[in-house]
Design a protein. Structure first.
Length: 348
């Protein structure tokens, strides 16, 4: 990072790995530079975090996003500083690819999975950058912004997913084809239901979206959740689920993401024509060994905590998911599972 501090000039712009570092540099976030490259932003509106085509498709203009400080902002006002080359260049190309996937309601290939992941990485980064510019408490500015500027550096790996759209990229990863975990579901169409839902877990860096008949969850965890569950909770990847069932699934994934106890060490390289992202090793935050001698990469699942998260996501009473009096666990996914699956201890 130090090498880039005095070198934000055009000579460096061609190198995507430098662009990613410039974009997360605290001084650039503070100066309200372009969220995607760290360069001077255009004087226009900036980039809509929830793209306009999506707002039109699902009539979201007056829908509001709840921020971490409990304020609500209409989607149409959710913009982050962006420069014209990023806005009309690689970002609009990402949007174009995603529109056809959302219209079809299905993810058919690794390429489409990567396209969706870049798009969701952009939205997750956008929401957090927006929160660095807003005060936690408008009546008490000394408390600072909702998300501290320095925190954006945590999104470095998330930026690599997004920035890989700028240049052909080879991923050499330990757990899955790409350095993230992602799960998708088909949503049963119900005429009286609102077709859109957006939910994030900032601590676990996960984001879930319901887009009509497609539900997707992305976790910026280098693929660790895929390592323990390649098909997600109860192996339901790609299944057809109801709106409530999708909410329970993303609650499970969000909670799991917040239990992550490890990150990765990367050695990346770049030539004028390509980028190579090499995920070298898993780096545990603590060196706790499991009984079998494996390094622990997730902290233990707690049913009580999960029941609060699932209750918030689904609107259902938390005793449905866990009843502390009887110790009984429950799920809305019962019709998709055999009875023994519900009680399976590794179903988290
Ligand atoms: Zn830019």
């Amino acid at each position: 990072m130090a090498a880039n501090e005095d070198n934000n000039g055009d000579a460096d712009r061609g190198y995507v790995l430098s662009i990613a570092e410039n974009a997360i540099a605290p001084e650039n976030i503070k100066k309200r530079c372009c969220f995607a490259c760290g360069g001077p932003p255009s004087t226009g509106q900036g980039e809509h975090v929830i793209p306009k085509w999506l707002q039109r498709k699902f009539s979201l203009h007056d829908e509001r996003l709840g921020l971490l400080n409990q304020t609500l902002i209409p989607y149409r006002h959710l913009t982050v500083p962006c420069c014209t080359p990023c806005n009309t260049g690689f970002l609009s190309e990402i949007e174009r690819k995603v529109q056809s996937i959302v219209d079809r309601g299905e993810i058919g290939s690794d390429d489409e999975q990567l396209a969706i992941a870049r798009w969701m990485a952009k939205i997750l980064i956008g929401i957090l950058v927006l929160e660095t510019a807003l005060l936690l408490d408008r009546k008490n500015p000394s408390l600072g912004s909702i998300v501290p500027v320095d925190w954006i550096q945590e999104l470095h790996h998330c930026h690599l997913i997004l920035q890989s759209a700028r240049k052909p990229t080879i991923f050499n990863c330990l757990h899955s084809p790409f350095p993230f975990s992602a799960y998708w579901y088909k949503i049963e169409y119900q005429e009286n239901e609102f077709p859109f839902d957006l939910s994030t877990n900032i601590i676990g860096q996960s984001i879930a979206m319901r887009l009509g008949c497609l539900g997707i969850v992305l976790i910026n965890d280098g693929g660790l959740q895929m390592e323990v569950g390649p098909k997600g909770p109860f192996d339901l990847l790609g299944s057809t689920v109801s709106e409530t069932q999708f909410s329970e699934l993303y609650a499970r994934i969000h909670y799991k993401s917040s239990l992550r106890d490890a990150t990765h060490f990367y050695i990346n390289s770049e030539s004028p024509t390509s980028i190579i992202i090499n995920q070298e090793t898993v780096r545990p935050y603590t060196s706790t060994l499991l009984p079998g001698g494996e390094i622990k990469i997730f902290r233990p699942w707690d049913e009580t905590t999960f029941s609060y998260i699932a209750s918030r996501a689904t609107g259902a009473d938390r005793s449905i998911f866990f009843d502390p009096a009887t110790g009984k666990r429950g799920t809305f996914l019962g019709n998709l599972l055999g009875e023994d699956m519900v009680e399976r201890s590794d179903a988290n």
